[in-house]
Design a protein around this ligand. Structure first.
Ligand code: UD1
Length: 363
C-alpha cells in the first residue's frame, strides 16, 4: 500500500483536493489520508465546502488558525511534523500556493518523504506576492509536479526542473467545476438576491496588495461605484476585506452605493451559480480567472499580472490593474461585446485528478 497524506488548508485548496480524494478510490493500492491545517476555519470558508463538494472528513485538523505569514507557516510545520512521523507516508500531496502548501511541503522533504505538487509551474513573476514565493519554493523541492496549463511546463523548464518529474495533468479546479455545474443550477441564490441572469456583476477582492492600502482600495472603490451604477453588483466579501473597510475609512462609501450589495462569503454551489450567470466578474482571485474562462463569462482581473496566462490568451480574462479609469473603460468595452465562446484550454476536461491518481499509483 502507498500511504499518501493530502493537505488542504485554505478555501481555494478545497476545490482542488475534492476530485483527488475521489480519484484515489479507483486505486486500491493507494491509502490516502486527508489533513486540514485549519488555515481557514470560518464555516463559510471551510466546512461548507466539505459538505457541498462531498470531501471526506479530514483525518486530522491541525487547527492553526490565522497569524502573520511567519507564525502561520511555522505553526503548520510544528503541528504537521509529528503527523508525518506517526503515519510514515510514502508521499505528501500539496495543492495550490497557500501557506499550508509550502509549510507541509518543507516538513515532508526534511523528513525524507516524497512530495507531489498539484498546480505546479504557475508564475506571476511578482515576488512581492506571498503566493509566488510559495509556488517557487514548493516546486523547487517537489519530486512530482502536476501542471495545469502550458505556461507551467515552460516555467519549470526554465527553472531547470527535470522533465521526468513534470506531468501535464490539467486543471483539478475545473474537474470540480464540471462535476458540480449541473447541481449548482438548482441553487436559489439569484432569487434570494433578487437578480436576473445576465443582469448583474460579481466582485471579489481579498489580496493584501489591493485591500490593505487606503489609496489602492480607494481607487478600486471608485471603479466599483461606476460599475454598480450600470448594473446591480454583488460582492461576497472575504473576512480580510471586511476587517479592512472600517480601518481604511471606506465603510461609508460602500454603504452609499445603492446597487452594490455586500454579502457573506458564499458556498461553492451558490457562488458557481452566481458567476455562471453574471454579466461581468471583477476579481483578484486566481481560481475565478479559470472558472470564468470555462463558464464563458467576462473576467476583469484587478492585478497587473497573472500566473494563469492561458485565461487571457485562450479565455475570457483581461488584466485591468488597479487604475480606476482602466477598470471602468475595460468594463464598458466588455459590456458592449458579446462573447463568442472561447476555446477550452487543453486538459481542462474534468479528468485531471484521474490522471494524477494514475501517476501516483504507478510510483
Ligand atoms: C489565503 C491565501 C491566498 C488565497 C486566499 C483565499 C496564503 C498566503 N494566502 O489568503 O492565496 O487566495 O487564502 O481565501 O496562504 N480569516 C477569517 N476566517 C477564516 C480565515 C481567515 O476571519 O476562516 C481572516 C483572518 O483575519 C486572517 C485573514 O482573514 O488574518 C487572512 O487569512 P489568511 O489565511 O492569512 O490569508 P488569506 O487572505 O485568506
Amino acid at each position: 500500500m502507498t500511504r499518501i497524506i493530502n493537505i488542504c488548508g485554505a478555501r481555494p485548496n478545497f476545490m482542488k483536493i475534492a476530485p483527488l480524494m475521489r480519484a484515489y478510490r479507483k486505486h486500491p493500492n493507494l491509502a490516502p489520508l486527508l489533513v486540514h491545517t485549519g488555515q481557514h476555519y470560518d464555516r463559510n470558508m471551510s466546512e461548507l465546502f466539505f459538505k457541498q463538494l462531498d470531501i471526506p472528513e479530514p483525518d486530522l485538523n491541525l487547527e492553526v488558525g490565522s497569524g502573520s505569514h511567519a507564525v502561520q507557516t511555522a505553526e503548520i510545520m510544528k503541528r504537521f511534523e509529528p503527523v508525518v512521523l506517526e503515519h510514515k507516508p510514502q508521499w505528501v500531496v500539496v495543492v495550490g500556493d497557500v501557506n499550508s502548501t509550502i509549510a507541509c511541503g518543507l516538513v515532508a522533504k526534511k523528513l525524507g518523504v516524497k512530495l507531489a505538487h498539484v498546480e505546479a509551474g504557475l508564475r506571476s513573476f511578482d515576488r512581492s506576492m506571498p503566493e509566488e514565493l510559495n509556488r517557487l519554493l514548493t516546486d523547487a523541492i517537489s519530486d512530482l509536479l502536476f501542471v495545469s496549463e502550458p505556461s507551467g511546463l515552460q516555467n519549470l523548464k526554465h527553472e531547470g526542473i527535470p522533465d521526468e518529474k513534470v506531468h501535464f495533468a490539467g486543471n483539478v479546479m475545473i474537474d470540480t467545476l464540471r462535476a458540480n455545474l449541473e447541481h449548482a443550477q438548482h441553487s436559489k441564490i439569484l432569487n434570494e438576491l433578487g437578480l436576473q441572469a445576465g443582469g448583474y456583476n460579481v466582485v471579489t477582492l481579498h489580496r493584501p496588495s489591493n485591500v490593505d492600502d487606503a489609496t489602492v482600495f480607494g481607487g478600486i472603490t471608485n471603479a466599483l461605484d461606476a460599475i454598480q451604477q450600470d448594473l446591480p453588483t454583488i460582492f461576497p466579501m472575504h473576512p480580510r476585506t471586511v476587517h479592512n473597510l472600517p480601518k481604511l475609512g471606506l465603510a461609508d462609501r460602500f454603504a452609499a452605493m445603492k446597487q452594490l450589495r455586500v454579502v457573506e462569503p458564499l458556498g461553492y454551489l451558490d457562488f458557481l451559480k452566481l458567476t455562471a450567470n453574471a454579466a461581468v466578474v471583477v476579481t483578484d482571485s486566481g481560481g475565478i480567472q479559470e472558472e470564468t474562462t470555462i463558464l464563458g463569462v467576462w473576467c476583469l482581473t484587478v492585478r497587473e499580472n497573472t500566473e494563469r496566462p492561458v485565461t487571457v490568451t485562450n479565455g475570457t480574462n483581461t488584466l485591468v490593474g488597479t487604475d480606476p479609469d482602466r477598470i471602468i473603460s475595460t468594463y464598458r468595452r466588455r459590456r458592449a461585446e458579446t462573447l463568442d465562446h472561447p476555446p477550452v484550454p487543453d486538459k481542462w476536461d474534468g479528468r485531471a485528478a484521474e490522471r494524477i491518481a494514475e501517476v501516483l499509483a504507478q510510483h
